[in-house]
Design a protein around this ligand. Structure first.
Ligand SMILES: Cc1cc2nc3c(=O)[nH]c(=O)nc-3n(C[C@H](O)[C@H](O)[C@H](O)COP(=O)(O)OP(=O)(O)OC[C@H]3O[C@@H](n4cnc5c(N)ncnc54)[C@H](O)[C@@H]3O)c2cc1C
Length: 392
């Protein structure tokens, strides 16, 4: 039987990034198995916003380390991932200013270029926008984004150049085991691969896969919706990224020239039982609601054609933070999933953190213990600072 030191289940941004870091750090032989195509899960439809606005030292450090890594990717690997830095503003009510300021101060203490601005400064930043006197914002000029599809392919390509192997179009159907020790994976082509360590980075499929292995973890798959609008020609808009806590909305410029709009609240998103079959479209009602909320901020969106929208998948946990670490009760298996709609920006730090914990990489800003999968049974969830879990 074939054997690898590491078998990674899933070719999303997490699987690709771990394949790269494990291979580059000379941690051992690496095989990534992807059932469909790179980015077939959450990754391919990601907004891929790279912000550092978080409320924990660990997550801010990870977002910062990752932003730097993405910004240097093209020079280092020679592959384009369409990295841009439009900057991002988080708008909230003055009544929430204390919380915002506390988080901004923490970010500043960790080196993030960010500040709290009042409504007058917000109007200067976006002269065509409508902001009330009772609002303020955290402004982060360094915030950026990438093209998620280009990025996952570029990272996987770099991983294979570094010595990792990727098998695309092959599904992991189960695990080889000796009691509580996982010894490898079974594939849908009938073969099996022995492994020193299996890493489940299967995104929306991870919960079911682990349940079948006898370890139900608090991972749920939900279906957020996104709408796309084309701003009218000549619209006076700065094309920044926004998180709008007042209206529960985020929007960002897409590289195609459209604007992507989605809701911050994940509680309304439908639960998806079978991620292999879910509705990838959105309703006219949703598009209308997005147009209405966005045009309250930027009036020209009441005149914008919509290019429809897309239903996507998030893998969420009860505290909206990922599960990263050994699968409780099993040896030889890690889970890296549950990024709750905000994982793309963290992937470089996660790759490094995992490769340091189970391979030969140097530790970075991702303290994997912070994300221990058993934290809910220990009644020690990560605290969330905002009403919207997706903001972390
Ligand atoms: C609409 C949307 C917008 C988002 N916006 C942002 C954002 O702006 N910023 C941000 O930081 N994050 C954002 N996110 C979140 C981010 O995209 C995800 O956290 C991240 O992509 C998760 O990557 P992953 O590799 O864990 O999972 P996935 O990308 O879901 O990858 C899992 C892969 O595993 C494969 N797989 C599953 N089961 C098996 C099996 N049995 N055998 C083999 N392969 C298998 C799947 O085919 C899939 O390709 C967004 C997500 C969505 C959906």
């Amino acid at each position: 039987m074939e054997r690898r030191d590491f078998v990674i289940v899933g070719g999303g941004i997490m699987g690709a990034m771990m394949a790269l870091t494990l291979a580059e750090s000379g941690s051992g032989s690496v095989l990534l198995v992807e059932k469909s195509y790179p980015g077939a899960g959450s990754t391919g439809k990601s907004g891929a916003i790279l912000r550092q606005h978080y409320s924990h030292k660990v997550t801010i450090g990870m977002a910062r380390e990752s932003l730097q890594w993405y910004s240097e990717f093209q020079d280092r690997y020679g592959l384009d991932i369409s990295f841009h830095r439009p900057g991002m503003a988080f708008i909230c009510q003055e009544s929430d200013r204390d919380n915002l300021e506390r988080n901004v101060k923490l970010q500043q203490s960790l080196g993030v270029d960010t500040s709290v601005i009042d409504s007058a400064a917000l109007r200067e930043l976006e002269p065509g926008g409508s902001f009330s006197d009772s609002e303020c914002a955290a402004w982060e000029p360094e915030a950026g984004n990438v093209n998620p599809v280009q990025t996952v392919h570029a990272v996987l390509n770099s991983a294979t150049r570094a010595g990792a192997e990727a098998r695309i179009g092959i599904r992991v159907t189960g695990f080889l085991r000796d009691g509580d020790r996982i010894q490898g994976v079974q594939l849908d082509d009938g073969s099996s691969i022995a492994a020193g360590m299996v890493i489940v980075a299967a995104g929306p499929w991870a919960g079911q896969l682990l349940k079948e292995a006898g370890v139900p973890l608090p991972l749920q798959t939900i279906r957020p919706e996104q709408a796309f609008f084309e701003p009218p020609a000549g619209a006076k808009e700065k094309r920044l990224i926004y998180g709008d806590l007042t209206n529960g909305l985020y929007w960002k410029p897409e590289l195609a020239g459209w604007t992507r709009v989605g809701f911050l609240d994940m509680d309304e998103d439908a639960v998806v039982e079978n991620p292999d079959h879910y509705d990838e479209g959105v309703s006219g009602e949703f598009i209308d609601a997005c147009r209405h909320r966005l045009s309250q901020r930027l009036p020209h969106y009441s005149l914008s054609p919509s290019w429809g929208g897309v239903g996507a998948l998030y893998t969420v946990t009860p505290d909206s933070h990922a599960l990263i670490g050994p699968v409780p009760g099993l040896e030889g298996m890690w889970v890296v999933s549950g990024f709750s709609g905000h994982g793309f920006k963290m992937a470089p730090a996660v790759g490094k953190g995992v490769a340091a914990a189970i391979g030969n990489d140097q530790p970075g800003k991702c303290d994997v213990n912070f994300f221990a999968p058993d934290r809910f049974t220990r009644k020690a969830p990560i605290e969330v600072s905002y009403g919207y879990g997706i903001l972390g």
